[in-house]
Design a binder for this molecule. Structure first.
Ligand code: H76
Length: 475
């Protein structure tokens, strides 16, 4: 008996030691900067913006997923790789880059009307082509027939409309001779060091040429070569924050001392927000995502970021589906970047213009349930999503699924009551919630056709309830 007890005690002690060891944080030079959310005004603005426009534009917009009469179904911006084209062949597209219909002010006006508060533009995608006249390479818009500094025009036009501009930058570069996927020998390391200098120079150039930029969105950082250079990712983050006060950097840039990406070896988020939600969202019940800021990005077809001529190859999201994705993100305090891929001539395809208008018309009426909004802390129901305005405390029911009963269920925390419930956009439409059980209510909708999500604004107060007309069932 005594022996058994001693054995158990040894087990317990060693288990505790193992656990304690597991908790000892690793000493990191290039890990997370902080374990809490940023509270400065730049970050608060980014968070309040909630809805952003992603724009993928580069040479890939010219072939639009079609090469020599053959259509490649995979992402249009990957055509060089899908059609197995040489770098020389692909790069010669620059001589055909002449987007005569490009009008930065028209883009910004479209986005203003769509209700987006920020825009993230591909300054350089994997192909390596630069939308600005970089002094570190000739593979830029300056050397195309178009010549104009597209980035400059966009920064000016969007900023004038009150829309924040962020720069997407791909570290992966199919054009640069010194890019490496992995570092297998000294020659690879020497080449890649040159590449990293080039990329850092370009980033410093972007930050200083366009000081109105609000943040940087990194991509193409998943290869072993970058994982082995966590120090560089750290230094780039620090450099950008020094050059652009308040700059916001996504987690995808970063790797730590051990090559761990997004989250460091101790689990801390690197960069300012989690940017791993690409064409997917967390479960609407996963409140663990509330611990950090986060942003999702999504395409309208299944997986087309750059312009593709043929959108019949996959499901194309409707305006309502896009709205649901936006609200799903906001309901868990996340941002949503909706992607458009302009054509090679600088104009937008009809489907995108339609989506922009549909989303904008809805946002104009219901935007108060999106901007400055986040997690409401209420139990989710089948009809849709709750959001809560962090400034006013108002709670919104964003209803995507109207039940055939027309009755929307609500379950409130003990002691909370509904002081008012009104249809957003039609304040004369007030609802009288029916209390159906303790802390449970129903809101009864008008019998009519609902073809857009409706938003009901709730004023909730903590007053204790007056009637106690209920009795627990004896079972
Ligand atoms: C894979 C990949 C890239 N990451 C997305 C944000 C797009 O830029 C796509 O090309």
């Amino acid at each position: 008996m005594k022996r058994i007890l001693i054995t158990i005690m040894i087990w317990v002690v060693s288990l505790q030691l193992i656990c304690a060891q597991g908790k000892t944080p690793k000493l990191l030079k290039y890990g997370a900067q902080t374990t809490v959310k940023r509270t400065d005004s730049a970050m608060a603005k980014w968070r309040a913006n909630r809805l952003g426009q992603f724009i993928h534009w580069g040479l890939y917009a010219i072939p639009g997923g079609v090469w020599k009469g053959k259509t490649y179904a995979y992402a249009a911006e990957f055509l060089k790789s899908s059609a197995r084209l040489s770098t020389a062949t692909w790069d010669s597209l620059m001589y055909a880059f002449n987007p005569v219909k490009f009008d930065a002010r028209a883009w910004a006006k479209m986005d203003k009307a769509m209700g987006v508060k920020y825009m993230t533009i591909t300054t350089k995608h994997h192909e390596g082509f630069c939308l600005w006249p970089s002094k570190y390479t000739d593979f830029t818009v300056a050397h195309t027939p178009f010549k104009r500094d597209i980035l400059q025009e966009l920064v000016e036009a969007y900023t004038a409309e009150g829309i924040d501009v962020n720069f997407y930058y791909s570290v992966l570069d199919w054009h640069h001779p010194d890019w490496r996927y992995d570092l297998k020998n000294a020659a690879d390391s020497a080449a890649f060091d040159r590449y990293l200098d080039f990329a850092k120079n370009q980033l410093a150039e972007l930050a200083t040429r366009y000081p109105k930029v609000k943040g940087f969105w990194f991509d193409g950082t998943w290869d072993l070569s970058v994982q082995k250079n966590g120090k560089w990712t750290y230094e780039v983050e620090m450099m950008l924050k020094q050059l652009v006060p308040g700059a916001i950097v996504n987690s995808r840039l970063r790797a730590d001392d051990f090559g761990k990406r997004h989250r460091d070896s101790n689990g801390g988020l690197m960069g300012d927000y989690e940017s791993g939600y690409e064409r997917r969202l967390p479960s609407p019940y996963d409140t663990s995502v509330l611990k950090t800021d986060w942003e999702a990005c999504m395409t309208i077809p299944e997986n087309q970021w750059g312009y593709h001529q043929d959108w019949s190859l996959s499901h194309v999201k409707s305006g309502n589906e896009i709205l649901e994705n936006i609200i799903r993100a906001v309901a868990l305090s996340g941002n949503m970047l909706v992607n458009f891929g302009p054509k090679g001539d600088g104009s937008f395809r009809t489907e995108e213009l339609q989506r922009a208008k549909e989303i904008g018309d809805w946002m104009k009426v219901n935007g108060e349930a999106v901007y400055h909004c986040g997690y409401a802390g209420l139990e989710r129901q089948d009809w849709g999503y709750f959001t809560k305005n962090e400034q006013t405390g108002k709670v919104y029911m964003v209803v995507f699924n109207v039940p055939v009963s027309l009755s929307l269920n609500l379950k409130l925390p003990r002691g909370m009551v509904i002081t008012s419930a009104a249809l957003v956009g039609e304040p004369t439409q007030q609802y009288q919630p029916e209390e159906v059980a303790p802390d449970q209510y129903m809101i009864h909708l008008e019998p009519k056709r609902y073809d857009k999500p409706i938003v009901i604004a709730l004023v909730l107060t903590g007053k204790s309830k007056t009637n106690g007309n209920y009795r627990e069932a004896k079972t």
